[in-house]
Design a protein around this ligand. Structure first.
Ligand SMILES: [Ca+2]
Length: 152
Protein backbone atom coordinates (compact mmCIF):
# COMPACT_ATOMS: atom_id res chain seq x y z
CA UNK A 1 0.00 0.00 0.00
CA UNK A 2 2.79 2.39 0.95
CA UNK A 3 4.57 1.63 -2.33
CA UNK A 4 1.42 2.43 -4.31
CA UNK A 5 0.98 5.73 -2.49
CA UNK A 6 4.59 6.74 -3.20
CA UNK A 7 4.21 5.82 -6.87
CA UNK A 8 1.05 7.93 -7.01
CA UNK A 9 2.80 10.86 -5.38
CA UNK A 10 5.68 10.62 -7.87
CA UNK A 11 3.24 10.53 -10.80
CA UNK A 12 1.43 13.57 -9.44
CA UNK A 13 4.74 15.44 -9.00
CA UNK A 14 5.72 14.64 -12.60
CA UNK A 15 2.33 15.75 -13.93
CA UNK A 16 2.60 19.01 -11.97
CA UNK A 17 6.12 19.65 -13.31
CA UNK A 18 4.95 19.04 -16.89
CA UNK A 19 2.05 21.45 -16.45
CA UNK A 20 4.33 24.12 -15.01
CA UNK A 21 6.65 23.81 -18.01
CA UNK A 22 3.78 23.69 -20.49
CA UNK A 23 2.44 27.07 -19.54
CA UNK A 24 5.66 28.95 -18.98
CA UNK A 25 6.92 30.91 -21.99
CA UNK A 26 10.49 32.21 -22.14
CA UNK A 27 11.71 34.75 -24.71
CA UNK A 28 15.45 35.38 -24.96
CA UNK A 29 16.45 38.81 -26.26
CA UNK A 30 19.86 39.95 -27.51
CA UNK A 31 21.95 42.33 -25.39
CA UNK A 32 23.14 45.69 -26.75
CA UNK A 33 19.88 46.44 -28.59
CA UNK A 34 18.43 48.94 -26.08
CA UNK A 35 18.33 52.62 -26.96
CA UNK A 36 18.03 53.42 -23.21
CA UNK A 37 21.25 51.82 -21.92
CA UNK A 38 21.85 48.59 -19.97
CA UNK A 39 19.15 49.33 -17.33
CA UNK A 40 16.52 48.89 -20.04
CA UNK A 41 18.25 46.25 -22.12
CA UNK A 42 16.05 43.15 -21.90
CA UNK A 43 17.92 39.88 -21.61
CA UNK A 44 14.94 37.57 -21.06
CA UNK A 45 11.18 37.79 -20.56
CA UNK A 46 9.10 35.03 -18.98
CA UNK A 47 5.36 34.44 -18.70
CA UNK A 48 4.21 31.94 -16.09
CA UNK A 49 2.32 31.51 -12.85
CA UNK A 50 2.99 31.90 -9.13
CA UNK A 51 0.59 31.22 -6.27
CA UNK A 52 -2.49 31.24 -8.50
CA UNK A 53 -1.61 34.54 -10.17
CA UNK A 54 -0.04 35.35 -13.51
CA UNK A 55 3.64 36.11 -13.18
CA UNK A 56 5.71 37.88 -15.82
CA UNK A 57 9.43 38.37 -15.23
CA UNK A 58 11.57 40.73 -17.27
CA UNK A 59 15.33 40.32 -16.80
CA UNK A 60 17.42 43.31 -17.85
CA UNK A 61 21.17 43.70 -18.11
CA UNK A 62 21.68 46.15 -15.23
CA UNK A 63 18.50 47.46 -13.57
CA UNK A 64 18.48 50.78 -11.76
CA UNK A 65 15.84 52.47 -9.61
CA UNK A 66 13.91 53.65 -12.68
CA UNK A 67 13.65 50.30 -14.41
CA UNK A 68 10.80 48.97 -12.25
CA UNK A 69 8.43 51.78 -13.19
CA UNK A 70 9.50 51.92 -16.83
CA UNK A 71 9.00 48.25 -17.66
CA UNK A 72 5.64 47.16 -19.07
CA UNK A 73 3.81 44.09 -20.30
CA UNK A 74 1.54 44.60 -23.29
CA UNK A 75 -1.25 42.01 -23.51
CA UNK A 76 -3.70 41.25 -26.29
CA UNK A 77 -6.60 38.99 -25.35
CA UNK A 78 -8.57 37.20 -28.08
CA UNK A 79 -11.92 38.88 -28.61
CA UNK A 80 -10.81 42.28 -27.38
CA UNK A 81 -9.74 44.96 -29.85
CA UNK A 82 -8.29 47.07 -27.04
CA UNK A 83 -5.01 45.96 -25.48
CA UNK A 84 -4.01 45.71 -21.83
CA UNK A 85 -0.89 47.22 -20.29
CA UNK A 86 0.50 45.96 -16.97
CA UNK A 87 2.77 48.29 -15.01
CA UNK A 88 3.33 49.74 -11.54
CA UNK A 89 -0.01 51.54 -12.15
CA UNK A 90 -1.88 48.21 -12.29
CA UNK A 91 -3.60 46.42 -15.16
CA UNK A 92 -5.08 48.87 -17.65
CA UNK A 93 -7.51 48.02 -20.44
CA UNK A 94 -7.23 51.04 -22.68
CA UNK A 95 -7.51 53.90 -20.20
CA UNK A 96 -9.49 51.91 -17.61
CA UNK A 97 -7.78 50.36 -14.60
CA UNK A 98 -9.20 46.81 -14.37
CA UNK A 99 -7.08 45.37 -11.57
CA UNK A 100 -4.04 45.72 -9.37
CA UNK A 101 -0.54 44.54 -10.25
CA UNK A 102 2.26 43.89 -7.82
CA UNK A 103 5.54 44.92 -9.45
CA UNK A 104 8.82 44.29 -7.69
CA UNK A 105 12.47 44.67 -8.67
CA UNK A 106 14.67 41.82 -7.48
CA UNK A 107 18.19 42.64 -8.65
CA UNK A 108 17.98 42.72 -12.43
CA UNK A 109 14.57 40.99 -12.46
CA UNK A 110 11.36 42.99 -12.68
CA UNK A 111 8.56 40.74 -11.43
CA UNK A 112 4.89 41.42 -12.28
CA UNK A 113 2.11 39.52 -10.51
CA UNK A 114 -1.56 40.03 -11.29
CA UNK A 115 -4.82 38.12 -11.52
CA UNK A 116 -6.00 36.44 -14.73
CA UNK A 117 -9.48 37.72 -13.80
CA UNK A 118 -8.26 41.26 -14.58
CA UNK A 119 -7.98 40.09 -18.20
CA UNK A 120 -11.36 38.31 -18.09
CA UNK A 121 -9.72 34.91 -17.36
CA UNK A 122 -8.92 34.01 -21.00
CA UNK A 123 -7.63 30.55 -22.02
CA UNK A 124 -4.70 32.25 -23.73
CA UNK A 125 -3.39 35.70 -24.52
CA UNK A 126 -0.57 37.27 -26.51
CA UNK A 127 2.07 39.42 -24.82
CA UNK A 128 5.18 41.50 -25.33
CA UNK A 129 7.42 42.99 -22.63
CA UNK A 130 8.96 46.40 -23.23
CA UNK A 131 10.95 49.10 -21.48
CA UNK A 132 10.15 52.75 -22.14
CA UNK A 133 10.16 56.21 -20.61
CA UNK A 134 6.88 58.14 -20.68
CA UNK A 135 5.98 59.49 -24.14
CA UNK A 136 8.99 57.89 -25.81
CA UNK A 137 9.20 54.93 -28.13
CA UNK A 138 10.30 51.68 -26.42
CA UNK A 139 13.96 51.31 -25.50
CA UNK A 140 13.76 47.54 -26.00
CA UNK A 141 11.11 44.84 -26.39
CA UNK A 142 10.84 41.06 -26.09
CA UNK A 143 9.97 39.64 -28.49
CA UNK A 144 11.53 42.40 -30.61
CA UNK A 145 8.45 42.59 -32.80
CA UNK A 146 4.99 41.13 -32.46
CA UNK A 147 3.65 39.16 -29.55
CA UNK A 148 3.91 35.62 -28.21
CA UNK A 149 1.14 33.32 -26.91
CA UNK A 150 0.79 32.37 -23.25
CA UNK A 151 -1.69 29.51 -22.76
CA UNK A 152 -3.23 29.33 -19.30
CA1 LIG B 1 17.80 43.35 -25.35
Amino acid sequence: MRRILLAGAAATALATAALAIADTTVIHDPLGDSSGGPAFDIRRAVAGHANGRLEHIVVVEDADRFTKRETFIFIHRPGSSVGYVVSTHGVRHGTTNVGPAHVDRQGNRIVFRFDASSLGSPERYRWQAFTAAPDEKPFDAAPDSGTVVHRL
